[in-house]
Design a protein around this ligand. Sequence first.
Ligand code: BES
Ligand code: ZN
Ligand code: ZN
Length: 498
Amino acid sequence: MKTTLSTQNAAAFASPLLAVFAADTNTATGKDAKPQPRLFTANDALTKAAATVLASGEFKAGLGETVLIHAPAGLKAERLLIVGLGKAADVSIHELRKAAGTAVRFAKPRGIREVAIEFPKTELPAAPSAQAMVEGIHVADFDPDTYRSDRKDQSVQTVTLLCTDSAEIKRGHDEGTILAAGELFARTLVNEPGNVLFPLELGRRAKAELEPLGIKTEVFSTEKLHELKMGSFWAVAKGSENPPALIVMTYEPKNPTSKDVIGLVGKGITFDTGGISIKPADGMEKMKYDMAGAAAMIGAMRAIAELKPGVKVISVVCSAENMPDGKAYKPGDVVTAMSGKTIEIINTDAEGRLVLADGLHYAKQLGCTHLINAATLTGACVVALGMLNAGVFSNDDATYEKFNKGLETSGEHFWRLPCTAEYRDLIKSQIADIMNTGGSRWGGAITAAMFLKEFVGDTPWIHLDIAGVAWMEETKPWIAKGPSGIAVRSIVEWVKSY
Ligand code: BES
Ligand code: ZN
Ligand code: ZN
């Protein structure tokens, strides 16, 4: 799909579908709260064409709500689609993102391949508005039905944003296109089943995508894990016929503007059975998405390759299958991580932290001065925050603040949870330095974070637990159900802040 900008007047633009946004301007509550939808445009012809349907009261301008007018009077377009933004006072760039996506997802099942969108007239800054809309447009075009025999390609081929001639809009458009490509690559990877996307295949796909964009991509396996003494990562990997992949991706800026080196570390469990501490059968098929943290990092690297920030970025992805087998690791085993720390295995289903322990340590050894990791790490995080917010943990307030600031642009929802020293006792082991669970169910997302913290030392670090948000259980007007692409945009914003 391609997005373009045009300065043509919307009324004179010939298109199968022209979309315009509307918001509810009524600020009253209670019985006076009758919606008063108003179009976000200065175009008189559009306002006129929409007047009757807006006056009818049948369209309330709720976020993602739509109403379609065929052969709209006074317009060259075959159809006029009015897309709701919700309450006018609450409209941010994130509502624009969703409304633009809604227009695309409206068109897809109706066989409409070209869409035009009137760039909304708002007080919001132009570049972030354009960026968010372009991201929303591309994200909306994705459907997860890859392996259906009767799959019809319902992609929208072109979306034209009708706007003024503005360098800001152009810049936002170009950045949005890059970020969306990173996000879509991540979603494509997460959508793949475990039999197709095993660890070395993840490495192969990362390399095929990133090397042409100038990212050095190395894919190592068993031998390298032994050479680096990654005993924690290997413990997880050794019960599988499919060998592990240690994927190292390096972005080196031409003209560095910073001495920092940013490390992006991803959990890439291409299937999590739980291992010997096997998971219940119900819902186990979902554990193909246990590599969403890795996908987020690979997607972020794809965007970084094209955005070309002035800071060096190294991404380390630790990919393995977590399987029960004669050779699999067992509860009670003691393993030695690359850092030299010994770990008592209590539960083989707490495997994500084990692969990340070595990934984080290795990223530090490669010279990273700041670390971020993403992982579908704990069910406990889903219990704590539901499916609307992902968890974020940090050992450094200033680093967290930088991450939090980027959420204004990314629009993704992360909620900070603690990982302070008082929790350290919960992962103490009798036989080894630490154990791989907190011993009880309570505070499971926090004890997992405490475990990771053991391997980052004093390096400023962010941990994203995306277990609850990496897979969307419901279709929304602006996005299909399935892989969400969570964290790509927020990670890139954070990297840009360096
Ligand atoms: N991959 C799971 C976490 C998960 C749960 C991801 C739900 C997505 C949705 C992880 O490896 C796991 O199984 N964690 C255990 C840890 C426990 C054994 C301490 C969990 O959360 O139950
Ligand atoms: Zn697990
Ligand atoms: Zn897992």
